[in-house]
Design a protein around this ligand. Structure first.
Ligand code: ADP
Ligand code: MG
Length: 199
């Protein structure tokens, strides 16, 4: 996210279980309509596909969601057509030449893109980003300190915690079962909307 200033934070949450990540995705899907593109970034196992399961649930997709690691693209049928990409194995944008990416990105379906780096320049001016971090990543530690937490089990923000943008971090700590889960399961999820007018 180089042009970070052009991204507006929509949501920031800590999840303690895959289901909470699915629930986040499902809620996030309420923002989405035809022609939206969502780039999901984060290390292997950070929860991109899990989050996409939630988004697809929110979009009324009933098909099985699996990562298209080899096929590059899966198509699902929700309240709008949904295209799920995984570019993990792609090194060069020109390897995607035959896929006609622009037709998808500028079409009427919703595009969900794992490992979007190779298509960064093809993303439409209006797009969403979801960034996922493992609990043990540096950024997560910073987040937990910002939130005034002493350990990752209690990262629910205090009453007075605010981010620069005035948003208050929302954690899964409202759920009183959350503290039962081990810290290595925790994920920090941030959702952004690209605001091309601030480029
Ligand atoms: N809070 C959480 N959110 C998402 N996934 C989690 C969480 N805790 C544990 N997991 C597990 O981590 C893994 C995430 O895998 P996946 O969604 O395929 O990641 P990615 O697509 O980023 O490689 C799954 O096995 C999931 O069950
Ligand atoms: Mg994946």
């Amino acid at each position: 996210m180089n042009k970070f200033a052009a991204y507006r934070l929509l949501d920031r949450i800590i999840t303690h279980t895959p289901q909470q990540t699915i629930d986040f995705g499902s809620r996030f899907a309420q923002r989405l309509g035809p022609a939206d593109v969502i780039a999901l970034s984060g290390n292997l196992g950070s929860g991109k596909t899990t989050c996409i399961r939630g988004i697809c649930t929110g979009l009324q997709v009933t098909e099985l969601i699996t990562s298209p690691s080899f096929t590059l693209i899966n198509e699902y049928h929700g309240r709008v057509p949904v295209f799920h990409f995984d570019f993990y194995r792609i090194q060069e944008p020109n390897e995607l030449h035959d896929l006609g990416i622009a037709d998808y990105f500028y079409g009427d379906g919703i595009c969900l893109v794992e490992w979007p780096q190779v298509v960064e320049t093809l993303l439409p001016a209006h797009h969403f980003r979801i960034q996922l971090y493992h609990a043990n990543e540096k950024a997560f530690g910073r987040f937990s300190r910002q939130a005034g937490a002493t350990d990752l089990q209690h990262t629910e923000a205090g009453e007075n915690d605010r981010y620069k943008d005035g948003n208050r971090p929302r954690g899964a700590g409202q759920d009183d079962t959350a503290t039962k889960f081990s810290p290595q399961d925790q994920r920090l999820i941030e959702a952004y909307q690209h605001d091309h007018t601030r480029d």
